[in-house]
Unconditional design. Structure first.
Length: 53
């Protein structure tokens, strides 16, 4: 029973990670198309720096 619950957990975990990556890439491309490459690269870079503080 525990093995099935663990498989279900990791299945949902990987599905959530893949969905988050898809949304992040789509958002980054949208920003780059509408605001330019500097903003499209700078915004994720700033957000990554803030997450590691």
């Amino acid at each position: 029973m525990e093995e099935r619950a663990l498989e279900s957990f990791f299945g949902w975990y990987y599905a959530a990670c893949a969905t988050a990556v898809l949304i992040a890439f789509t958002g980054t491309v949208y920003i780059q198309d509408h605001a330019g490459w500097k903003v499209g690269f700078g915004l994720p870079a700033i957000l990554m720096c803030l997450l590691y503080l």
